[in-house]
Design a protein around this ligand. Structure first.
Ligand SMILES: C[S@@+](CC[C@H](N)C(=O)[O-])C[C@H]1O[C@@H](n2cnc3c(N)ncnc32)[C@H](O)[C@@H]1O
Length: 207
């Protein structure tokens, strides 16, 4: 069972548990509001590893033209069902189906959590290829240097390795791919709301 199969298996349960999580995550809303303000009216923005599409939906409600991309067809089906009228496509962030320089921005909330540090570098190069110069990327991930293996996600059978990243590793992957990190936020986990890990958010500009 690989990452795609795992999220196909967990898609419905994941959507039930997490599709309204932004209501309980004030810092995430704050950063997405700021991101939406910067990108509204500037062109299409991709939500990479969009899962059930709640981040895409939140940005759409704030006037951003957003397209959700996910490896899992079941996740894409859930996202389309929960966010009628929004565009969602099956896709792989390691080889994006967008022309070079065609996106004003991209958001990847926990979309990079299954990539090793080595894969992260290639993913950021691909992301830089599709972004227009001056475009923005906002990413969120778990801080650490461990890999947490999960066989059960909200009651669904999966085979997933969640890769925690030291912020410096993600910053270096962004820098090497010709991004400049312009904002860097970290926070403690929200108790009773989410997995108890520290979180990092990076906003980077494509140079
Ligand atoms: C931890 S979930 C995050 C979902 C959502 N962004 C959120 O914040 O809840 C990771 C998502 O990334 C997707 N994913 C994993 N690898 C991917 C890849 N190479 N390309 C596109 N999506 C991928 C998975 O299918 C899954 O929906």
């Amino acid at each position: 069972m690989d990452v795609r199969d795992s999220y196909d298996s967990a898609a419905k349960a994941y959507a039930e548990h997490l599709s309204s999580e932004l209501e309980r995550k004030p810092l995430d809303r704050h950063l997405l509001n700021r991101f939406a303000e910067a990108l509204r009216g500037r062109g299409p923005v991709a939500d990479l590893g969009c899962g059930p599409g709640h981040v895409a939906g939140y940005l759409h409600e704030r006037g951003v033209t957003v397209i959700g991309i996910d490896l899992s067809s079941e996740m894409i089906a859930c996202a389309a069902n929960l966010n009628p009228g929004l565009e969602f496509r099956i896709g792989d962030m390691r080889a994006l189906d967008f022309p070079g320089g065609s996106l004003a921005g991209a958001v990847a909330f926990y979309g990079i959590v299954h990539f090793s540090a080595a894969e992260l570098g290639k993913v950021m190069v691909e992301l830089r290829r599709v972004l227009a110069t001056g475009g923005l990327v906002l990413t969120a991930f778990h801080i650490g240097d461990q890999v947490v293996h999960v066989d059960d996600l909200f009651g669904a059978r999966v085979n997933l390795d969640f890769v925690f990243h030291p912020p410096g590793v993600v910053i270096e992957a962004l820098r090497s791919a010709r991004f400049t990190v312009v904002e860097h936020c970290e926070r403690e986990p929200y108790e009773g709301v989410e997995y108890q890990s520290r979180r990092c958010y990076l906003l980077a500009r494509a140079d």
